[in-house]
Ligand binder design. Structure first.
Ligand code: APR
Length: 235
């Protein structure tokens, strides 16, 4: 039988079991920081030190964490299916769990880019700290390679095309509250099954033309179970 295309769309919840805080849960990041002070182009312009420090802390934290059973179950599906991960997360825990095809919708913590030329992107090879005055080769200051609120999401269109080809869509640990990202679930062909793995109540009202199964469990519990079930059905 031909291998199926499984698309996994993830949010902060998939990394919660690794000990990284989500954004909108009670203990989430946005309960402790104001978005407009750390995650907008205006903040970068007017309060650069605070923004850089915020992402330095996120980077330091993510380097100290390990992929959990949820990330690992997603990566293991590659043994028997074509899997593409579309993540809103800026950590690299999917890659570290072994996922080969990962598209980051909202950027990546381990990259910096020129403030002037968005094509000049650099991997951070060592450590977690971006110094305030680090510059790109075009002479412009470097900034975190992160999509701030109010900025366009260049990877959205490629992500839509990937979802359109899915035979199964799995949505893990996202409140589906942030657009355009949440809109992705609408690009699944009608009838394609959508599984939502989330212990909370993401806004699934946006899913209309697809059979929906909400597995109300943490990623580290719900993902391995779902993967076993899909594997038995598809192999
Ligand atoms: N396993 C799975 N899901 C979990 C877990 C867990 N252990 N713990 C919490 N969740 C769920 C919550 O129930 C919620 O639905 O994860 C979701 C987290 O939602 P948000 O905090 O809104 O995170 P996310 O959807 O990824 O946010 C989207 O918002 O601020 C921006 O750019 C940031 O990419 C982020 C975007």
């Amino acid at each position: 039988m031909a291998r199926k295309n499984i698309v996994v769309f993830t949010g902060a919840g998939v990394s919660a079991d690794s000990g990284i805080a989500t954004f909108r849960d009670a203990d989430g990041l946005w309960a402790n920081y104001k978005i407009e002070e750390v995650c907008t182009p205006e903040a970068l312009k007017n309060n650069r030190a605070k923004v850089i420090e915020f992402y330095n802390m996120r980077r330091r934290e993510s380097l100290s964490k390990q992929p959990n059973e949820g990330h690992i179950a997603i990566a293991k599906m590659e043994e028997w299916a074509e899997v593409i991960v579309i993540t809103q997360n800026v950590d690299n825990l999917h890659e570290r769990a072994g996922s080969k095809n990962v598209l980051h919708l909202h950027g990546e913590l381990m990259k910096l880019r020129s403030e002037r030329d968005s094509n000049l992107i650099y991997d951070i090879e060592d450590g977690w700290e971006q110094s305030l005055d680090a510059r790109a080769e075009d002479g412009a200051l470097l900034r975190p390679h992160i999509v701030f609120f109010g900025e366009s999401v260049p990877m959205f269109d490629p992500a839509c095309r990937i979802v359109q080809d899915a035979d199964v869509l799995i949505v893990v640990g996202t409140s589906l509250a942030v657009y355009p990202a949440a809109m992705l679930v609408r690009y699944a062909k009608s009838g394609v099954p959508i599984y939502v793995v989330d212990p909370g109540n993401p806004d699934t009202s946006i899913i209309r033309n697809n059979p929906l199964t909400h597995i109300k469990a943490r990623a580290a519990e719900g993902m391995p179970e779902l993967v076993e079930r899909l594997k038995a059905e598809m192999k």
